[in-house]
Design a protein around this ligand. Sequence first.
Ligand SMILES: [Zn+2]
Length: 205
Amino acid sequence: MSNSIQTPYNFTAVETAIISQNFSTHNDWVKIVFNPIKQNIITHLRAQQNNLCCYCKYQLGFDIKQVDIEHIIPKSEYPNFTFKSLNLALSCPACNTKKSTKPVLYNANANYPADGTNFKIVHAHYDDYSNHIDIIQNCLFVAKTTKGSETITFCELFRLSTVEERAKAYQNIGPNILEQLVGELTNPHTQNKQQLIDIIKNAIK
Ligand SMILES: [Zn+2]
């Protein structure tokens, strides 16, 4: 199973014409004229991503509210990348909301970057996720690189609810202690993250 999108969405000639006739600012993204195009993008990317969110790797739901077309480079910052295939990936609404409009590029770039080096976070098309992040017991995210670490921070992947769910099943650790541990992990000033990860890892395995 590949850990990156192999084939970006390919807009048809009709879709390209609809986009050029109806799109001028990033706010146009919500126009209903684009809905059928978005549906085609979602169908294509679901298969490419094995129906997993590009950031947290959780299963995407099939209701329209449970899947977002994520603009890797925020469309508010770069409107011309709003319909750029390489800039599109599917994410869960939680990751999309947390990532929001945080700037993902190290250096401003008029053209779409040709590889992942200018990106602070894991790029769904350019980067192999497993080179940057390990997911332990489906809920604990461990960075292997700076890019992995930035992705975890950008999308706030330390989510108490998911860790709690796993831990409860094993009854190894109380919810209050767990809340404290996960809270510590989300604090950017925490020094001993690896130690915390080890404690949580033991609790949920
Ligand atoms: Zn997600």
